[in-house]
Design a protein around this ligand. Sequence first.
Ligand code: NAD
Length: 533
Amino acid sequence: MISKKKAGRKRTRNQTKKDFVQEELQKKEIPSVQKTSETEDIQFQVINPANLEVIGSLPIFNQEQVEEKIRYARETFPSWSSLSLNQRSRELLKLRSYLAKNSEEMISTICLETGKSRMDALTEVLTVCESIDYVAKQGKKHLKPQKRNTGLILAHKKAYINYHPYGVVGVISPWNYPLILSLTPIVNALMAGNTVVLKPSEITPFTALKVLEFFQKAGLPEGILQIVTGKGSTGAALVESMGTHMICFTGSTATGKKIAETCAKMLKPVILELGGKDPLLVFEDANLKRAAKAAIWGGFFNSGQTCISVERVYVQDSVYDSFIHLLMEEYKNVRQGQENNFPEVGSMTSPGQVKILEEHYEDAQKKGAKILVGGIRQENQKGYYHKPAILVDVNHTMKIMKEETFGPEISIMRFSTEEEGIALANDSCYGLNSSIWTGNANRGKQIAKKIQSGSVCINDCLSNYPVSDLPFGGFKESGMGKVHGPEGIRSFSQIQSVIMNRWFWKLDKELWWYPYSEKFYKFMDRMMKLLFG
Ligand code: NAD
């Protein structure tokens, strides 16, 4: 940043800080992309993590600029919210079709700023197409007024609920799935009649801008989606603004706690989709080959940067050695590289995450863990390529078994009894997803009831997320509230209860209105005893 002192001149009264800095920079003729240190509070650079080249730079929206976008979203709210559910559904289906037809353009943008493999990027687009389809079609059912029972005492009345939009919803998204985690909440919020201001991750903002472009090209009403780019300060401005009526945040537990605090002070509703440290439990009666393939895929998919990645693997003693052998065999099928070669694993996305991964490896090795394979940077690649790793001899004193690692690795630990396996799986502050492997489906269902996580996959992993009808959201420090399913669709509405008289009820007054009398008191008391005594 250029301080007033450094620039040698003071900002005039009418000049915004941004204008002032820009003017000073122009005078100094500093090229826009290289001048990061001096412009870091007005713009930020986006890097391609697969080759470390600069993709571009974008503005950091300040509070004033965020408020302006919120104002636009508020202006659009009356017209958008007054559309019928059928009309809103049709608009969203236009977006779904446009996205499916132009998927390559979106996939290329995602790959460019995440370094994902092309297949991983395709699954993002596919999942989101399914999700838009679900919300647009099922939203018509789940958001229409619902009849409610008036009970025994007020049987002569009828009641129903309306789903009211909140107004402007602030969506804040992370970098690991820049399309799904931006567009899914957006579509849910819009279907409920809200308008949206999105703050995408500073690491992957171009996917969000492509989403906005697709909104325009698909012909959706202008202004229903606004985007503010920037870092944490921009996200905080969106949360702190009196102009946003609800927040949907997906990101780390640490940031989620800060947002929850601000929202609590403002009594602003918030959905928090946070971190995970998901266990995969292999019992001795499991199909070991399938379980090993799942552990490799579930741990390395999207370079392990999935909130529901398999991070902790617990294997029953009697099958431990065979399972490790199968894992090592399966590992031979994992190729890592540039997206255009269609590898299984691409690069990692964030340099900060690479650092955390390496710290976890170092801590684990110091405490006695062994890395059987991988766990090193790919020195022949320019980007953030970290060779997927399998670790053994780990325990719960290690960061790699306690904290979210969010990288391409799986750590394997033994257990002897079912109770011990379940206790180890539950020994975490997180509770997002988990995966149970057993040859007995009933046993799987019983174990699922004892697992403290928002979702459970039996003889599978990660497959719950793309099922749009299944609510998704964590227990414990993995979050609050649900996305997906009817519960997710309704999360973006406030419930209004309405009660009214049945059309034939034309009495001048209700029995219990004034005046009161002893006779009426006794009648009511008798009725209570008759109905409920
Ligand atoms: P992050 O918390 O660092 O950032 C997420 C977003 O919040 C970014 O857009 C960031 O700019 C913004 N932000 C940062 N500080 C803020 C503040 N004080 N106020 C408002 N906004 C702020 O998370 P990340 O590193 O981008 O994403 C990775 C994390 O997201 C992991 O922990 C992962 O498990 C989690 N995640 C959860 C889910 C889920 O559905 N539960 C899905 C994907 C990722």
